[in-house]
Design a protein around this ligand. Structure first.
Ligand code: THU
Length: 132
C-alpha cells in the first residue's frame, strides 16, 4: 500500500467518527508527520454552528497537542462521500499553511477517486508570521 493510500485509509476510518448531525456531511482527515506518526481527524459540529471544527483542523491540532512540531508534516488527506472531491475550507487552508507549510493535500472520496494538490496552490500568497 502506498503512503498516500495508507493516509486515505486512516481518513476513511476517521470519517466514521464524524459528528455531523446538522450538515450530514461527514469528513475524515489524516495527517502524516515526519516522525512517521499519523494523526486522524473528523468534523465535529455544534448546535451553535460557528463552533464546528473541520476534520483537517482536528487532525492538525491533535498532532500538535501530542508533541509534533510545526512544519514537521509531510502530507494531509481529506476524504468525503462526494463525487466532486472536497477541498479544505478557507480557514483550514490557513491552518494547513501555518503548521504544515507547502505540503501535498490528498483529496479522496469513498469511491476511490483521488487528486493531489499542493497547499500553496490552494492558498496563494498566504498571510503568515513573516508579515507581522
Ligand atoms: N468540513 C470539513 O470538515 N472539512 C472540509 O474541508 C470542508 C467542510 C465540514 C465542516 C462541516 O461540519 C461540514 O463539513 C459542512 O460544511
Amino acid at each position: 500500500m502506498s503512503t498516500d493510500d495508507q493516509l486515505i485509509a486512516v481518513a476513511r476510518a476517521a470519517r466514521e467518527h464524524a459528528h455531523a448531525p446538522f450538515s450530514k456531511f461527514r469528513v475524515g482527515a489524516a495527517l502524516r508527520a515526519k516522525s512517521g506518526r499519523i494523526f486522524s481527524g473528523c468534523n465535529i459540529e455544534n448546535a451553535s454552528y460557528g463552533l464546528t471544527l473541520c476534520a483537517e483542523r482536528v487532525a492538525i491540532f491533535k498532532a500538535l497537542s501530542e508533541g509534533e512540531r510545526p512544519h514537521e508534516f509531510e502530507a494531509i488527506a481529506i476524504l468525503t462521500d462526494s463525487d466532486a472531491l472536497t477541498p479544505p475550507c478557507g480557514a483550514c487552508r490557513q491552518i494547513i499553511w501555518e503548521f504544515c507549510g507547502d505540503v501535498p493535500v490528498i483529496l479522496a472520496n469513498l469511491q476511490g477517486k483521488i487528486e493531489r494538490e499542493r497547499s500553496l496552490n490552494l492558498l496563494p500568497r498566504p498571510f503568515d508570521s513573516s508579515h507581522l
